[in-house]
Ligand binder design. Structure first.
Ligand code: 8X3
Length: 246
């Protein structure tokens, strides 16, 4: 499929965000990639010269985010779609085992960051009259498990925020989809384990995890449905992921 559209993707420097960007770019979309790692953003801009516009910004920083969106080059200024993929899990164990900093970072990124980007981009989606927002939630939003607390609840926020926002968007021709993946092989586990690769690898040792491309395929499938169809929610997990804690 060949497309002519501009898509904002957050969390674009790794994992699901990166996989979404690569598929979209391959299909001919222009991508505005938001991420914190300048070297990776520059590499993407070099690789997809002319089709990829980098915004080096933390989604928690709403002021910089709004400035960057408002000063987009003309070629990228009409935004059609938004994929909110930035999100993270930090720390292990029960609520009293994680630090205040872990809690703050997760809530600021997964909740406030998603709100910041959505508010910065939504006026352009509405103006275009055919927009689409895809929010990356998590299976953790739909099941409860020990150690889930702040992270899983932040993803439940993403689910519910999306459902409420969708009621506002009816009639605007802006669609909204929530994607809730289970275990997905990415730097997610490395971040959770503070860069400890051995511990990170153990996260995926008991099953064959989803690959970021598996999730990105679901994202792009939702984006490619006819305009009268709104995919509300997709939940996908590794075939072997235990869900008996539901
Ligand atoms: C994280 C998914 O299954 O590791 O978003 O809790 S899982």
């Amino acid at each position: 499929m060949k497309t002519d559209e501009t898509v904002v993707v957050t969390g674009v420097t790794s994992g699901i965000g990166l996989a979404c960007a690569r598929i979209l770019l391959k299909q001919g979309s222009k991508v505005i990639g938001i991420g914190r790692r300048e070297d990776r953003l520059n590499a993407l801009a070099d690789e997809y010269h002319g089709s990829f516009h980098a915004i080096n910004c933390d989604v928690r920083d709403s002021q910089t985010l709004n400035e960057r969106i408002n000063e987009l080059p003309a070629k990228f200024a009409a935004i059609d779609k938004l994929v909110n993929a930035a999100g993270l899990l930090q720390g292990h164990g029960k609520l009293l085992d994680i630090t205040d900093e872990h809690i703050q970072t997760m809530l600021d990124t997964n909740v406030h960051g998603l709100i910041n980007v959505t508010r910065a981009v939504l006026p352009r989606l509405i103006a275009g009259g055919h927009g689409h927002v895809v929010n990356l939630s998590s299976i953790g939003a739909h099941v409860h498990y020990q150690g889930g607390h702040v992270y899983a609840a932040s993803k439940a926020f993403v689910d519910h925020f999306g459902r409420c926002l969708r009621t506002e968007l009816v009639g605007s021709r802006v669609r909204l989809t929530t994607i809730a993946p289970g275990k997905t092989r990415s730097e997610f586990a490395l971040v959770q384990n503070n860069g400890d690769q051995v511990r990170a690898d153990k996260v995926y040792s008991s099953l064959t995890p989803l690959e970021p491309e598996d999730v990105a395929n679901a994202v792009v499938w939702a984006l490619r449905q006819p305009t009268h169809v709104n995919i509300n929610l997709i939940e996908l997990t590794p075939a072997d992921q235990e869900l008996s804690y539901r």
